[in-house]
Design a protein around this ligand. Sequence first.
Ligand code: C5P
Length: 227
Amino acid sequence: MKLCVALDLPTKSENIALIQKLKSEDVWLKVGLRSFIRDGEALLHEIKAINPHFKIFLDLKIHDIPNTMADAAESMVSLGVDMFNVHASSGRKAMRMVMERVNTFSNPPIVLAVTALTSFDNASFEAIYHTPIAQKAVDFAQDAYASGLHGVVSSVYESLDIKAHTAPSFLTLTPGIRPFGESSNDQERVADLETAKKQHSDFIVVGRPIYHSDDPLGVVKKIIENI
Ligand code: C5P
């Protein structure tokens, strides 16, 4: 299991200060919408300049018509990121086109599909998808698997079931982690580290419990020790 730290801070300098603190740690860094829209490609280069061993997950959750998604995927591969994601609800055709394009590159990144956002509770999810989260997350995962993606983003609670319905090697990346029972903030389906381990999560994403702490490096070290 790998730790992926969410770089969701309000300014670039705060993100960079956090990255500097984590400089020697074996972690992935997640660049999401806020940071990428504000700081763009330059941020990705700065991360690699701080430590080329940092792996970058570009979390833009793209969702559009198939050709536009394939074009965007190509642009993301060209940025040199190690992992990016799309929305599974964009459908099999779009995901297949993304993978066809990605696989034209010699060293393609990991591509994941978002199933159900961890901020949904069952009622608000069903209001949109008319299917319980547990079922729909597996359906989306099967679409992603059949389309040649490497894994999905899901809550911890769907991780084992997704692997059972796809393949044990099909990756799950699980946000909404509160490693040692910290506040859930706006997340609904949160879980601690022990649960993530039991659910065979491949990547855990942790944001606020790290960057809102007085000692982000200490929290990261403690998570890595307990993984
Ligand atoms: O601060 P926190 O640990 O809740 O951050 C979780 C991060 O994971 C945020 O950057 C959020 O955008 C992202 N994420 C999520 N749920 C998903 C996909 C991504 O919370 N399904």
